[in-house]
Design a protein around this ligand. Structure first.
Ligand SMILES: Cc1ncc(COP(=O)(O)O)c(C=O)c1O
Length: 406
């Protein structure tokens, strides 16, 4: 007789409670179960691609063009950066975590004259100081990570957009872990490039990069002294080959268009369904759902005696970054949760990797159905590793939070 039970034997894969990629709704998975479509066929454009990009405008809360291309969040960030920034252009990068550092790296690679506005990890952004720095530098662009996935924080994008506008700078916003989970108002906030990826709160598979481009950003591209050094990701070429004349491009309306890069048909089909589900739910409801799930998760963590990493005024509702109990290695918690209880969460990143854990509540996982089992598995894993808490306290607190909210 075996002496130990492997709970994992009954699972074929872990449930994804990492901060992306996230779990997919079943209709999104089903949308990919089909033979290959012909990506340049008009029926694909008219039946799938065009309706999806038009519907995505509602998700982005913009009247402007939304481009979808193969890649990931990083592709969107790089395509945006290399399309509007020329070597030597001044750029002010707000760096409040690992993804702020990523933007810094991308700007360095496109040759920007980059100045970082450093923010302590997990801390609030000092808007007055930022406004002062923007005034002093008068940059061509200011970049911000709306939701810093490495620290579980949300930054005030609307206020930074105002600062950018006040110094006539472009506003480049990374919404990789916020779009379709938090309220992201592209036009109202003056976002010139809203850059994101498919695999988080949009609830689509990994593999698509999305960029919403404002009229000001198009103008900046047209005014470049030299063409962008990328063929595939020069967004100005996308506009010329892809966008109809009635929307400011060069393609006569109603005529077939040439894809700037071959668009993955299965991923677009999945995105079409994911977008439909978002709009059927309604953006306001969806944002509220993420708010409740994030709040209930945090209540549960607190009831287990765990402390959040960031400043309590800027908690993200899509990613929670929590300190591991003293003397417990976050990597061991992740391993135990995955191997024994079948739920995958993440450790922190970079300099906070050794003492923090991160849990995503994104798309379908922002619900009691996923949050309660995650708290339960976390408690069990911590108990196995020697941290004792009152049995069920985390789940009970989260359950009360959900019950009171509904
Ligand atoms: C805020 C943020 N920016 C950028 C990225 C990079 O996106 P990707 O992994 O899709 O390339 C991530 C990924 O987690 C992210 O959370």
């Amino acid at each position: 007789m075996p002496s130990t039970i492997s709970w994992l034997q009954v699972h074929t894969r872990p449930t994804l409670m990492i901060p992306g990629p996230t779990e997919l709704a079943f209709p999104v998975i089903q949308a990919m179960n089909q033979p290959p479509a012909i990506q340049y066929d008009r029926s694909f454009d008219e039946g799938v691609l065009e309706p999806t990009t038009l519907a995505l405008r509602d998700v982005f809360q913009t009247q402007s063009e939304v481009l979808i291309m193969p890649g990931s969040g990083r592709t969107a960030l790089e395509a945006g950066a290399l399309s509007v920034i020329e070597p030597g252009d001044r750029v002010l990068v707000v760096g409040a975590g690992a993804f702020g550092m990523l933007m810094r790296e991308i700007m360095n690679r496109v040759g920007a004259d980059m100045t970082e506005f450093p923010v302590e990890w997990g801390a609030r952004l000092d808007l007055d100081r930022l406004a002062h720095e923007a005034e002093r530098l008068r940059p061509k662009a200011i970049t911000l990570v709306h939701n810093e996935t490495s620290t579980g924080t949300t930054y005030p994008a609307a206020a930074v957009g105002k600062i950018a506008r006040s110094v006539d700078a472009l506003f480049l916003l990374d919404t990789v872990s916020s779009i379709a989970g938090l309220d992201v108002r592209t036009d109202e906030w003056g976002v010139d490039l809203n850059m994101t990826g498919s695999q988080k709160c949009l609830g689509a598979p990994l593999g698509m990069a999305l960029v919403a481009v404002s009229p000001r950003a198009w103008t900046a591209m047209e005014r470049r002294k030299h063409g962008a050094h990328s063929y595939a990701y020069d967004l100005l070429r996308w506009r010329e080959q892809w966008v109809p004349v009635s929307r400011g491009g060069k393609v006569p309306d109603g005529t077939p268009r040439r894809q700037p890069i071959s668009i993955p048909t299965h991923l677009t089909a999945a995105m079409q369904v994911a977008t439909r589900l978002i709009l059927e739910e309604g953006l306001a409801n969806r944002v509220r759902r993420h708010e409740l799930a994030g709040m209930a998760l945090r209540k549960g963590l607190a009831a287990m005696g765990l402390e959040m990493f960031p400043d309590s005024t800027i908690y993200s509702n899509t990613v929670s970054c929590v300190r591991a109990p003293k003397d417990i290695d976050p990597a061991a918690v992740v391993k135990r949760m995955r191997e024994v209880y079948g739920i995958l969460i993440g450790t922190g990143l970079d300099k906070i990797r050794t003492f923090t854990l991160r849990i995503g509540t994104m798309g379908v996982t922002a619900s009691p159905h996923f949050v309660l089992p995650t708290l339960s598995a976390l408690e069990l894993a911590l108990r196995d590793l020697g941290y004792k808490t009152e049995p069920g306290a985390g789940v009970a607190a989260a359950q009360i939070a959900f019950a009171n909210a509904m």
